[in-house]
Ligand binder design. Structure first.
Ligand code: URA
Length: 431
């Protein structure tokens, strides 16, 4: 294979052959194709695109760059493109497991404004997301659900390629994003893959159109690889629920798993919808039947029991988590300066404040503050008057940081005289 000829071909907008894509990715993974040629191909793909067959070939080559897991039991996983206050996986995965579908879920540590699912789980003292793939498989098979971080054995090509894309302006490409997300999910081996592709100011995809295009590409790619798949395109202009941080999001997930707060009904219903899609696709049963099963398993405590069993299997200690929540922190309550209806809460602005409080990480390896974050007191549509609480900021970094950030969080709230339209969480379904 001559790498330069492949680069010429893609630069001219021609479709690459399956063998060309496979050999390029294999050569890059082995270190035979240098970074500058891989970067050039990434840029050519960004500019000229790839058709569905090329995208499937790219995904397959990346998946095969490392270990691929096999399952002999029914398995499903849900992947989210990431959002603000997105603790939904902590509810969805044990809920699907409670319905008899094993959920092997390799997830990420967050980089940027908010923590990832792994960071949230690791606020539970003792919980370790770093498991060998053997132990991960054992927990998922025995408990029904395991949420761990991917090891270096999974998709080494993606790790190497993403590092280049990050510094060469080549992240924003649907085929490259599809290859990156899907190769990792396919390698994990779940037979059913459901995607939550978010759009809006708090999401990776800013517009509905971009999110729909990514959703179609992910579902098409998963199907091409022989998996069951569906995606929901969901709104991420406002935080999901009230908690944005890490430990506070675990608390909120536990509240949902206990059906403990009617104000969380909207996002709890979204969790039921995702879990139902996983269960329906994997068990080949009607969607309505899967939804009814999920609602029962949420209400009767089975999903919460699965979550707690997973925590125990990963070494987590809920008593120590309760003690952690009682540790002293600096808190600051922000109040409404005018009366009216909360008509918008800007997810990105809330995330920036949570980050400044210590809830996110700037670079890989940075420590996050488990107790740092924002807890909203209101949601869109609520009526407030002057002095009504809007949010509480929390950090272990001291009181001074809080007072500086109070004016930033106020800018996240739009308060208007008229009541806004109710929020529509699901914009589109791709199946
Ligand atoms: N997340 C990924 O894992 N890969 C991308 O390319 C973009 C988002």
């Amino acid at each position: 294979m001559i790498a330069k000829l492949i680069l010429d071909k893609k630069r001219e907008g021609k479709a690459l052959g399956s063998a060309e894509i496979r050999e390029f990715i294999n050569g890059f993974t082995r270190g035979e194709i240098p970074d500058y040629q891989m970067s050039a191909l990434a840029m050519a793909i960004c500019c000229m695109g790839m058709n569905a067959r090329e995208t499937a070939d790219l995904t397959d080559a990346m998946m095969r760059s490392g270990r691929c897991l096999d399952w002999s039991v029914p398995t499903a996983d849900k992947h989210s493109t990431g959002g603000v206050g997105d603790k939904l996986s902590l509810v969805i995965q044990p809920l699907a497991a409670a319905c008899g579908v094993a959920v092997p879920s390799l997830t990420g540590r967050g980089l940027g404004l908010t923590g990832g699912t792994a960071d949230k789980l690791e606020t539970i003292p003792g919980y370790s997301c770093s498991q060998s793939l053997e132990r991960f498989q054992e927990i998922a098979a025995n408990v029904g659900v395991s949420m761990a971080v991917q090891t270096d054995e999974i998709c080494p090509a993606d790790k190497k390629l993403y590092a280049l894309r990050d510094v060469t302006g080549t992240v924003a490409s649907i085929p490259l994003i599809t290859g990156s997300i899907l190769s990792k999910k396919l390698a994990e081996g779940a037979h059913t893959l459901v995607f939550d592709v978010k759009f809006g100011c708090g999401a990776f995809m800013k517009t509905v159109e971009e999110a729909k295009a990514l959703a179609s590409s992910l579902v098409g790619g998963a199907r091409a690889a022989g998996r069951n798949s569906a995606a929901l395109v969901t709104d991420m202009n406002e935080p999901l629920g009230f908690a944005v941080g890490n430990a506070n999001e675990v608390v909120e997930a536990l509240t949902m798993l206990s059906c403990g707060d009617r104000r969380l009904d909207d996002i709890a219903d979204l969790c039921v919808e995702f879990a139902a899609r996983m269960v329906a696709l994997e068990k080949c049963i009607p969607h309505g039947e899967a939804r009814a099963m999920c609602l029962t398993k949420l209400k009767d405590g089975s999903a919460k029991a699965k979550f707690l069993s997973m925590v125990e299997a990963h070494g987590g200690d809920m008593n120590r988590f309760e003690a952690l929540l009682k540790q002293p922190t600096a808190k600051f309550r922000v109040q409404a300066m005018k009366s009216g209806y909360v008509s918008a809460i800007d997810a990105e602005k809330v995330a920036k404040v949570a980050f400044a409080l210590g809830a996110g990480r700037e670079k890989a390896g940075d420590k996050i503050d488990p107790l740092a974050g924002v807890t909203l007191a209101v949601k869109r549509g609520d009526k407030v008057s002057v002095g009504s609480p809007l949010a509480t900021l929390e950090t272990t970094r001291g009181q001074e940081a809080l007072e500086r950030l109070a004016s930033d969080i106020l800018k996240a709230f739009a308060i208007t005289a008229s009541r806004p339209e109710p929020r529509k969480l699901i914009e589109a379904v791709v199946e």
